[in-house]
Design a binder for this molecule. Structure first.
Ligand code: GDP
Ligand code: ZN
Length: 357
């Protein structure tokens, strides 16, 4: 990664959560000329947060160099409650040898390029950040057992499109059912690349090729075969697989934490970020324009919409709806408009349920 070569330029890129505490203290160096860069933690190394377990972070240092090694680190108190998650680029000081019994200290994180949050629900009032800096989302859904639900996939899609993350879809268990009827829901989506997978023919090379050079977060309801897929792509992952529990509909062994795993393929490497069965991400502040952008030619038509147009089926004077009514859209175009409206409706329903909005 090029930015690793030029550590000096990094300083400005980092969010320094400890900055406020520095401001409030008297500055002992007040008489010296101020340098642009803060002196604190000049010796910090930058590493990739692979996972978090009971307050201890596993951080990969010197990535892709002969010195690459993983250390355990704790968070500095000055970070207070700011979340640090899988995929974060952390600044680490202290003992970074990674030797048995040593502990580094995370003093800051690099500004994130993307962020996935799990939305607050009835059992979880806090919105949790779950993955940072992913640029792809692989949505795993089964053709059957459990039955695929377009609405659930819509939620993932909306979250991905809004975060600027490229969505990929894999339909597993195509040995059990034909995926075509389900896949027709997503016909209109330019941005979506689709794979299909069966027990005896998993598209490991095809999906693998799509992982190279990317950070791909794998999401899906439990029981869809996500762990089976992760194990096939990253044999050292040893993710627990299980059978769908008939009572709860959940997988028997669900992976309990989010981890980064490295994919090694013929063409290069990439990062697989495996999440426990996450059902939804925060959709409370989605910008509808980010969803529309995934429908390139519809976005062009929508330029003639009134300001603030929702493009939903009841939107007055919507240029998209008018174009469809005039017969200006092809059959595919109309199917695409349906897809778009369904995604926008997913967001609108969610926004309505979110308190305080
Ligand atoms: P996860 O909860 O999404 O991680 O799902 P698992 O990987 O644990 O798989 C759930 C169950 O589905 C296991 O019994 C797998 O053997 C089974 N399974 C996974 N992929 C396929 C597939 O392509 N076809 C069939 N028939 N079963 C599969
Ligand atoms: Zn419109």
């Amino acid at each position: 990664m090029s930015w690793l070569d030029d550590a000096d330029d990094l300083e400005d890129d980092f969010e320094d959560y400890d900055e406020s505490s520095y401001r409030t203290r008297p500055n002992p160096k007040a008489n010296r000329p101020r340098t642009k860069r803060r002196p604190a933690h000049e010796d910090a190394q930058i590493g990739r947060v692979l996972g978090v377990d009971r307050g201890r972070y596993s951080v990969l240092l010197d990535e892709d160099t002969p010195d690459e090694h993983t250390i355990t680190a704790a968070r500095a108190r000055e970070l207070r409650r700011s979340p640090i998650v899988t995929g974060d680029q952390a600044r680490v000081v202290g003992d970074t040898s990674g030797e048995e019994g040593t502990l580094g200290r995370i003093v800051g994180i690099r500004e994130r390029t993307s962020l996935l949050r799990r939305s607050a629900d009835d059992t979880d009032q806090v919105e949790r950040v779950i993955v940072a800096n992913a640029d792809q989302m692989l949505i795993v859904v089964a053709a059957a057992d459990p039955e695929p639900r377009a609405r659930l996939v819509d939620r993932y899609l909306v979250a991905a499109l809004d975060a600027g993350i490229r969505p990929l879809l894999v339909v597993t268990k195509t040995d059990l059912a034909d995926p075509a009827p389900f896949l027709s829901h997503f016909d209109g989506l330019d941005a979506l690349r689709v794979f299909t997978s069966a027990q005896s023919e998993m598209p490991v090379d095809e999906i693998g090729a799509a992982l190279v050079g990317h950070s791909t977060v794998f999401v899906g309801h439990s029981g869809v075969g996500k762990s089976t897929l992760v194990n096939a792509l990253v044999p050292s992952a040893l993710r627990a697989t299980g059978h769908v529990n008939q009572v709860t509909g959940r997988g028997r062994h669900t992976s309990s934490s989010t981890v980064s795993l490295r994919y090694h393929g013929a063409e290069g490497t990439g990062w697989v970020i495996d999440t426990p069965g996450v059902r939804s991400f925060g959709l409370g502040h989605v910008d509808p324009a980010n969803i529309l952008a995934a429908f390139t030619e519809l976005a062009e038509v929508a330029e003639d919409c009134p300001r603030g147009c929702t493009h939903l089926t009841d939107a007055p004077d919507c240029a998209l709806i008018e174009a469809a009514a005039r017969g200006d859209l092809t059959e595919t175009g109309r199917a695409r408009l349906d897809s778009l409206q369904r995604l926008l409706q997913t967001f609108a329903d969610k926004a309505e349920q979110t308190p305080g909005r």
